[in-house]
Design a protein around this ligand. Structure first.
Ligand SMILES: Nc1nc2c(ncn2[C@@H]2O[C@H](COP(=O)(O)OP(=O)(O)O)[C@@H](O)[C@H]2O)c(=O)[nH]1
Ligand SMILES: [Mg+2]
Length: 398
């Protein structure tokens, strides 16, 4: 199973194989796409990951239950109700999501089939005085797509919450969602003033245009409020994410194709190397056996030069010119004369002319071809992954 991370890793691999085979600028373009994808804050995968954070008893677990429409996380009126974090994740879990949960140390995982690409992490309660909790939020922030702050009408203005937590996340303000929970505890007349006040506090914290939802996740009587609005918002953000991940995948495919083109690995697979090389060797050996002399040497030079030229033309691109440069006429002549001489001395009967030609030309050419084949395979693999991932996030293959 592939996900967007696999595609970016595939691109890294293509870049590493292409180093030395293409111009640095072509490589930089590919590297930039991979870097930009990796450095993007949030989860690099098709699943949208939310982390619910907030003080003990603010209603994080209740909110998860309300979004899920079933009892997922245990809630408690008794405080502090310390629980391990819990992840509510799609039953078809993408590999990079499992890795994310491993990294965050979240072992309790409940699977669902409701929102195909939504994962919600009910994090440990944030006790506003413990420094460890601050670092937890700061650690989670870059890894998830959205942090949902669950606040209640009593404690939303807590200066410690604003100063020690929210102000510090102002740079990521576009990935913060605020839920004012337990609005059933406010009179209708008080609701708007409280929400407005929260909005002003958040603006003072440096959050531009804070996204605030008025919610009752678990009111007495069971009539929840604001859940549908929150779900609609999450769906819209998931669509944005699909577009974004789709773009990463398209970019990866495009730059890896460009690298392959520049390296000259898009033309033909094997270039019929073995077949052609065998016939060149046979002709040379026959000529030399049938009298040799200067004419045979001239003919052998012509054959090898022609062979390498054809190989490099068929390969094309930077790869082709690399072949030509690494076997220029001087090197061909030097290696050929050395091969003829060693074979003529004939100390070791196994080291005949054919064997000499293999060692001096065949082996180094095969090494070059192997690099080319590896790059071609990596590019092809990336294209397959990109198509699979594109389909998994609901896009038609391009
Ligand atoms: N009145 C009211 N109580 C709520 C609401 N949401 C949660 N609670 C209650 O608040 C308490 C703490 O909720 P919980 O979800 O366990 O909070 P957590 O510690 O943030 O996970 C529980 O008794 C919930 O029933 C709400 O919208 N209205
Ligand atoms: Mg809880």
């Amino acid at each position: 199973m592939s996900d967007a991370m696999t595609v970016v890793e595939g691109l890294d691999f293509v870049v590493s194989l292409a180093a030395g085979l293409v111009h640095p600028e072509d490589l930089d373009a590919a590297r930039n796409v991979a870097d930009a994808a990796r450095e993007r804050a949030g989860h690099l995968g098709a699943t949208m990951v939310l982390a619910l954070v907030g003080g003990t008893g603010s209603g994080k677990s209740s909110l998860l239950n309300a979004l899920a429409g079933e009892e997922v996380a245990s809630t408690s009126p008794v405080r502090p109700h310390t629980t391990e974090p819990l992840a509510w994740i799609p039953s078809r879990t993408e590999p990079s999501l499992s890795l994310l949960l491993d990294r965050l140390g979240i072992g309790r995982r409940v699977t669902h089939n409701q929102f195909e690409q939504l994962a919600i992490l009910d994090m440990t309660d944030i006790d506003s005085i413990a420094a460890g909790h601050r670092s937890l939020v700061e650690r989670v922030m870059p890894e998830v797509d959205f942090v949902v702050w669950v606040l209640d009408p009593v404690k939303y203005a807590d200066p410690v919450l604003h100063r020690d937590f929210i102000v510090r996340l102002a740079d990521s303000s576009d990935r913060l969602i605020f839920v004012l929970n337990k609005v059933d505890r406010l009179d209708e007349a008080n609701l708007k003033p409280v929400t407005d006040h929260l909005g002003r506090l958040l603006a003072d914290d440096g959050i531009d245009q804070p996204v605030i939802f008025e919610v009752a996740a678990d009111p007495p009587g069971g009539e929840t409020r604001g859940i549908e609005e929150l779900v609609a918002h999450l769906k819209a953000r998931l669509d944005e994410k699909r577009i974004h991940v789709g773009k990463i995948i398209d970019d990866a495919r495009r730059v890896s194709g460009a690298v392959a083109g520049a390296a000259g690995v898009t033309a033909g697979g094997s270039l019929d190397f073995e077949e052609r090389w065998l016939s060149v060797r046979e002709m040379i050996v026959t000529d030399v056996d049938e009298g040799g002399g200067a004419a045979a040497v001239e003919e052998a030079l012509r054959l090898i030069e022609g062979f390498i030229l054809k190989l490099s033309t068929d390969a094309g691109g930077v790869f082709g010119s690399r072949l030509r440069h690494s076997f220029d006429p001087d090197r061909i002549e030097t290696e050929l004369l050395a091969a003829l001489q060693a074979a003529a001395v004939g100390v070791d009967p196994d080291r005949d002319l054919d064997r000499q030609l293999q060692e001096r030309f065949g082996a180094p050419l095969r090494t070059l071809l192997w690099e080319r084949a590896s790059l071609a395979a990596a590019v092809a693999g990336l294209a397959v992954d990109a198509t699979t991932v594109g389909e998994s996030i609901g896009r038609s293959p391009s």
